[in-house]
Design a protein around this ligand. Structure first.
Ligand SMILES: Nc1ncnc2c1ncn2[C@@H]1O[C@H](COP(=O)(O)OP(=O)(O)OP(=O)(O)O)[C@@H](O)[C@H]1O
Length: 255
């Protein structure tokens, strides 16, 4: 972790309701620059909704979201989204565009197209052969597509990376390798990263800090080592019980 002490992203009393569902309920939180945060919790607890308030895919009913000292609501939408790398589970590559065109789409829309050397460098960042730049998305494996999604998210040189279940659809080996790669990029590029995941093992192994959401609220805010040591309360410990139990069973097998 290379935290500068400066706050990169903060939520102040953020609320979002859909009809009668209180998806996000009074979330107040500050994320220092350079931190890798995992956001975990049961399905429907509000993780994606909270993440989407940062790039304004969701506008809160109340409260403020502040990114790099500017309230996101006051930043022109295109500029805001260019300053944020966003990776989501379904990747959303354009099927009729090559890998290179997909990676360069953000800068191109902004009128600052990237050259072939930059595309190659971005592909290398995510461990893909630059020769893949001319392929179409349907000529890639799921893991390769997700790597292209990460390269695309990094193309505008964002300082913050938001990931919503980025590895959810991948096999465990690919998932592990890509998680390590993203952690490496997070460190090397000095990013601030917020990752939504259902996988507590992934959260514990990748993040500096784990936030647990329940019914729209943050109910635990702990380091991985504190969580493993038993901190965070009942909801957090119910999630930690899964990897703990698996680790015990594996240890028994090796005896
Ligand atoms: N656009 C929407 N319209 C109506 N309800 C919504 C909308 N988006 C989310 N919700 C509801 O808000 C609640 C929180 O949803 P959200 O997607 O943030 O949860 P989550 O923790 O990310 O869930 P999952 O882990 O299943 O992705 C859920 O009850 C969901 O049905």
């Amino acid at each position: 972790m290379s935290e500068s002490g400066e706050t990169a992203l903060s939520f102040e009393g953020v609320c979002k309701q859909f009809g009668s569902v209180r998806a996000v309920e009074s979330v107040t939180l500050a994320i220092p620059s350079g931190q890798f945060v995992a956001l975990v919790g049961a399905s429907g607890s509000g993780k994606s909704t909270l993440l989407k308030t940062v790039n304004r895919l969701v506008d809160p009913d109340a409260g403020h979201v502040v990114l790099q000292r500017r309230e996101v609501a006051s930043v022109p939408l295109a500029r805001l989204r260019r300053s944020i790398g966003y990776v989501f589970q379904s990747v959303g590559l354009f099927p009729h565009m090559t890998v290179a065109e997909n990676i360069g789409i953000g800068p191109r829309i902004a009128g600052e197209p990237v050259d072939a050397a930059r595309i190659s460098a971005l592909l290398e960042l995510v461990d893909l052969d630059p020769g893949m730049s001319t392929r179409m998305p349907d000529e890639l494996s799921g893991g390769q597509r997700q790597r292209v999604g990460v390269a695309r998210a990094l193309a505008s040189e964002p300082s913050i990376l938001l990931m919503d279940e980025p590895f959810g659809a991948l096999d465990p080996v690919t998932r592990d390798a890509l998680g390590e790669r993203v952690l490496d990029l997070h460190r090397r590029l000095g990013l601030t990263t917020v990752m939504v995941t259902h996988d507590m093992t992934e959260a514990l192994l990748l993040a500096d800090r784990v936030l647990v959401m329940e019914a729209g609220r943050i109910v635990a805010d702990q380091t991985p080592s504190a969580l493993v040591a038993g901190a965070g309360g009942a909801a957090a410990q119910a999630l930690v019980a899964v990897p703990r139990h698996q680790a015990q069973r594996l240890a028994e097998l090796s005896q």
